[in-house]
Design a binder for this molecule. Sequence first.
Ligand code: SAM
Length: 483
Amino acid sequence: MRIEYNPKSYKAEEFINDEEIRATLEYAEANKNNAELIDEIIEKARPVKTEKGCVCRGLTHREASVLLACEIPEKIEKIYAVAEEIKLAFYGNRIVIFAPLYLSNYCVNGCLYCPYHQKNKTIPRKKLTQEEVKAEVIALQDMGHKRLAIEAGEDPVNNPIEYILDCIKTIYSVHHKNGDIRRVNVNIAATTVENYRKLKDAGIGTYILFQETYHKESYLRLHPTGPKHDYAYHTEAMDRAMEGGIDDVGLGVLFGLEMYKYEFAGLIMHAEHLEAVHGVGPHTISVPRVKHADDIDPDEFDNGIDDETFAKITACIRLAVPYTGMIISTRETEEVRSKLLRLGISQVSGGSRTSVGGYTEEERPHDTEQFDVSDCRSLDEVVRWLMENGHIPSFCTACYREGRTGDRFMSLCKSGQILNCCHPNALMTLTEYLVDYASEETKKVGYALIEKELDRIPNDKVREIARKNIDDIRNSNRRDFRF
Ligand code: SAM
């Protein structure tokens, strides 16, 4: 039976519609050398300055897919230039920093690409106790982290929602020296509206769930056993999360599993669906690529994508959904991260350990790791590297704590007030990092950058307050200022 495409439907196969994706890919293929159409689409994506600030129209999945298919070198350069323009218009040169915290690798699923799959008998299983969570959080605070993404396998017996809620409570309760974790994002398996409501009540930031692949047949093959096998339940999770009151949700595809053009169209359609149904698109999109891990060989997946294609995907996402933050993890090397930062990435992880209990170990442990980390630098090195490349590392968590979530965050993005709000917040939280955690070398680079960047705050009053707060942070134990 034919399934109609309907972005407003709550049924997975209607809003991620296979027939529509195939038609999109055909349309994109037919127009990949259509220079006139490509120019028109790029023009549509470009930020427009209005009296109230910058506005972007974004692109439909069909338009964005044409850009992704385009093979004309000068047009690709143009796509990259517009991606950079959009990034600067809405996110400036700030890069938000976070770290993953692995709570448990117990899992009842059979995901073929993930070492936590139930049949893997070589990986030691580990679940943090609340005391261990506390120790990990202290170690993370001592590095300078303020924002975490908690990660766990799916296991209703070992990792029930109560366990996740206990961990969140513990994380928020730890205040070591001048440290605290001010935003906990959650990356756990698809769950019920009731459980999403509990997560919302526990004060989480973003609920993140990677779709892995939008291609149903591949999805079923790659998730042969366990609750994650249910394609509709997984794909409709964000709607349940929103029904449960979580209005910042994070999408993602595990690139390398399926044909990337198919995934890309599915991802943009998912964003369109959230916008059509809930009036607000995804808060973030992550772009992980499948990596080597215990029991997993990425070469087994024959849809791996090279760095150039990966950059193109990132830039095209930036053009299609301009107000959505984009995340890249330490799965990627310094070189790849450098390039992608310019093309639209707004959040990176730093100093990450992907094993359960990894932060309290002196040496990076590999036994319970979820995947190999490519960027093994310390947080201090990542922060300095970002600053030396013209970015402002930001430890800001203000929006969600000031109630600027969902469409209210998007309004801030569109209002042109970012330079009077996010920019000073980034500088103040960076100062906290420099004073409390940075090496002397990083401090030197950082203070010079802050001095220069303070002058870019347009509003005189805001600039004055930010300067005073920064002086306070440097000369006292006062912390956590925010606009
Ligand atoms: N268990 C949760 C679920 O079912 O969605 C999510 C937590 S899992 C720890 C986080 C993500 O890691 C997965 O969604 C998957 O995309 C990614 N991942 C799993 N294996 C990977 C691998 N070998 N390389 C890179 N990323 C991987």
